[in-house]
Design a protein. Structure first.
Length: 225
């Protein structure tokens, strides 16, 4: 059961994914030990799924695109079908039955991969997300940047000293480089939540965007008649 304190804790983690248990506890009015216990309980309940580090697509010379498709009777197999298509990096079945995919194409033409169109038809809509802190262009990472970033993809909250030992650099160098990667938007750290598994208060991510209507296309993304 997600209570008010859990809600505040998860909301704080979404804003500050690198905050320690003690800092989170001070912000939500509980001890660091109690904060750790709450996160462990939420993880056991399937609500809190930890953290993930996501390199910006510009690191690989690519762009970020979201393609949303409508496929009647789509189930989990549709997600598996979509994720096998290059350059799709993430696929989700939404509660409204739409299939949402995130792709990192090399070109900037904005069109969906042909294989996705053959499987699902033309997308209902396409989004080009604009990050709050876009990385500088062009993105050129140094050998030290790569050494620091790789472990953080799987364990973004890895303690600085542990990370320093793993990559064989000084803690000062590791902290400076990690903080720069995050500050510049080159590495994004996300808190993974499963709101559908929660009972009680519900916390979920919401994105807001601006829809630009093209001539001859109605708001559902199909040709106007």
């Amino acid at each position: 059961m997600v209570d008010e304190r859990d809600f505040q804790l998860l909301a704080r983690l979404l804003r500050e994914p690198l905050a320690g248990h003690e800092a989170l506890g001070r912000a939500t009015g509980v001890s660091g030990t109690a904060t750790k216990a709450r996160l462990e309980r939420l993880a056991a309940e399937g609500v809190f799924n930890g953290f993930r580090g996501i390199p910006a697509p510009e690191v690989f010379g690519r762009q970020r695109r979201v393609f949303v498709f409508r496929k009647t009777g789509a189930g989990p197999e549709a997600v598996q079908e979509a994720i096998r298509v290059d350059p799709v990096v993430s696929s989700h079945l939404r509660q409204d039955g739409l299939v949402s995919t995130i792709a990192y194409p090399v070109d900037d033409d904005g069109g969906p991969p042909d294989e996705l169109v053959r499987a699902f038809g033309e997308p209902v809509f396409t989004v080009r997300p604009r990050p709050v802190r876009p990385p500088p262009a062009p993105v050129v990472l140094s050998p030290i940047d790569w050494r620091v970033m790789r472990p953080l993809v799987r364990e973004p909250r890895m303690p600085v000293r542990t990370l320093a030992d793993r990559v064989r650099l000084s803690p000062k160098t590791v902290r400076r480089d990690r903080d720069a990667l995050i500050r510049d938007g080159t590495l994004m750290i996300e808190t993974s939540l499963s709101g559908a598994r929660a009972q009680g208060l519900l916390l979920y991510n919401m994105s807001a965007g601006h829809l630009r209507i093209l001539p001859g296309v109605d708001v559902r993304g199909s040709p106007a008649r």
